[in-house]
Design a protein around this ligand. Sequence first.
Ligand SMILES: Cc1cc2nc3c(=O)[nH]c(=O)nc-3n(C[C@H](O)[C@H](O)[C@H](O)COP(=O)(O)O)c2cc1C
Length: 199
Amino acid sequence: MFYSPEQGHPLPFDPFKALVSPRPIAWISTVDANGAFNLAPYSFFNAVAGNPPQVMFASGGAPREGGQKDTVRNIRETGAFVINLVTWELRNQMLKTAEDIPHGESEFDSAGLRPCPSERVLPPGVLECPVRLECRKTQMVELLSENPERPNVAVFGEVVGVYIEDRMLQEGKVDAGRLDLIARMGYQDYTRITETFTL
Ligand SMILES: Cc1cc2nc3c(=O)[nH]c(=O)nc-3n(C[C@H](O)[C@H](O)[C@H](O)COP(=O)(O)O)c2cc1C
């Protein structure tokens, strides 16, 4: 089969995200200008450079005043974010933080997670997460959008601090088996890293 996305797709469900899959999940913590915490998962996410280390995530627009999700709004206001990596154990709490709750209310509270101070940026990390990347925003780029009042936005950041729980390291390397990360596939599907191989 072949289709041109600008004319829609011929399947019962849009296959696009199932094709670019799996995608790592950035569980992003931010603060707004009043110091209120926010936490939400984003799987349009990846590392985009190694030296200095840089990441990117993209947000869809939101059906509310300003047209943007809280994560993007907060980064515009305060210029920093923390990427917490999502383990198998934390999968249900991660999903809970994807719920749309009013701006200023914290998903840390609704999901029963503990914020912990970051070393180099204002937003806290998720204490329960074994890896946290502290990021300073470098650029925001408006992407093509179906509805200009709810723009898709890509956010780029420099990783200025890296926390790795010591027990996730084995002979100087990150132990993927112990870390037990999950990643997003298409539809409502996820995958868990249970097998690795070396080439
Ligand atoms: C695993 C997962 C991945 C997600 N990835 C994205 C994404 O890449 N971009 C996006 O705009 N929303 C994504 N969402 C939806 C947001 O998490 C959701 O809209 C959330 O309410 C945004 O919260 P905020 O307004 O506090 O930033 C994802 C949800 C889940 C469960």
